[in-house]
Design a protein around this ligand. Structure first.
Ligand code: NAP
Length: 252
């Protein structure tokens, strides 16, 4: 199935590395112009240079509202409109029992994983998506579906994002569609924090016999953004090599 994004414009938060970079690459390859964001300039600059002139970048903490507003204004100036938003930036700063979670980490997790996707959706909606329409994809996690020993509050924020996806799908239709991709374990910097012994156990629980790649997730996001998914909204698309259906252990 060929996905066409010719002439479309997008913002991908957390687009400098990992899954977000691959989503940006996929969109640019299919004809879109993309603004990527993230906190570190060097990584953004390198990714934008690799993707070519259709990829612009702005440094911005995802949950910093004034900075996010400036990014959206920049995209509007550069593109004239924003057709797609990919809320991909996410963080997982705790590795331990949820009962021990410290307040600053809870605040960070909630702000970046749960509040920021709503903030960015508000901004693109008000910038014109409510008039010309568009599509939003939130990057959640299969962790939202099951308790894990060490990433409980991260999972809770992703479960909230699954809910928000359905809520906004209902609120923003028919102008905009809102869907989510829920990855299983994908080999990126974020997943590198998982100890080797645990990785082996996780791999054993994946029927497809391998960890995901950023391209696996980007393909799903690209489809959900595209017109091919024109009657699809409020859906959370699990992309996990079969781990959930096989009852495999979820990371963390
Ligand atoms: N990898 C997995 O196995 C996996 C599984 C399920 C779900 N996910 C989800 O997939 C998404 C992408 O994960 P990934 O594995 O690709 O992570 P990654 O390789 O660590 O990349 C994260 C991206 O987000 C940016 N970012 C992180 N915190 C940010 C913040 N506070 N403000 C703005 N940008 C921020 C990073 O750039 P800077 O650091 O420069 O800001 C980077 O561009 C996340 O939402 C994650 O929860 C990942």
């Amino acid at each position: 199935m060929r996905i066409d994004h010719d002439g479309r414009t997008a913002i991908v938060t957390g687009g400098s590395r990992g899954i977000g970079r691959e989503v940006a690459r996929e969109l640019v390859a299919a004809g879109a112009r993309v603004l990527i964001t993230g906190r570190r300039r060097a990584a953004l600059e390198a990714t934008a240079a690799a993707l070519g002139p259709a990829c612009l970048w702005r440094a911005c903490h995802a949950a910093d509202a004034p900075a996010a507003e400036r990014c959206v204004a920049y995209a509007m100036e550069a593109f004239g409109r924003i057709d797609y938003l990919v809320n991909n930036a996410g963080t997982n700063p705790q590795w331990g029992p949820t009962i021990d979670l410290a307040a600053p980490l809870a605040t960070k997790l909630t702000e970046v994983n749960q509040w920021a996707p709503l903030l960015w959706t508000q901004l693109v909606w008000r910038a014109g998506m409510r008039v010309h329409g568009g599509a939003v994809v939130n990057v959640t996690s299969i962790g939202a579906a099951a308790p894990t020993p060490k990433t409980g509050f991260y999972n809770a924020t992703k479960a909230a994002l699954d809910y928000l996806t359905r809520q906004l799908a209902a609120e923003l239709a028919p102008a905009a569609r809102v869907n989510a991709v829920a990855p299983g374990l994908v080999d990126t910097d974020m997943a590198a924090a998982i100890p080797d012994a645990e990785r082996a156990a996780l791999l054993a629980g994946i029927p497809m016999g391998r960890f995901g790649t950023p391209a696996d997730i980007a393909a799903a996001a690209s489809f959900l953004l595209s017109d091919r998914a024109g009657w699809l909204t409020g859906h959370v698309l699990v992309v996990d090599g079969g781990a959930l259906v096989a009852g495999g252990r979820v990371a963390g």
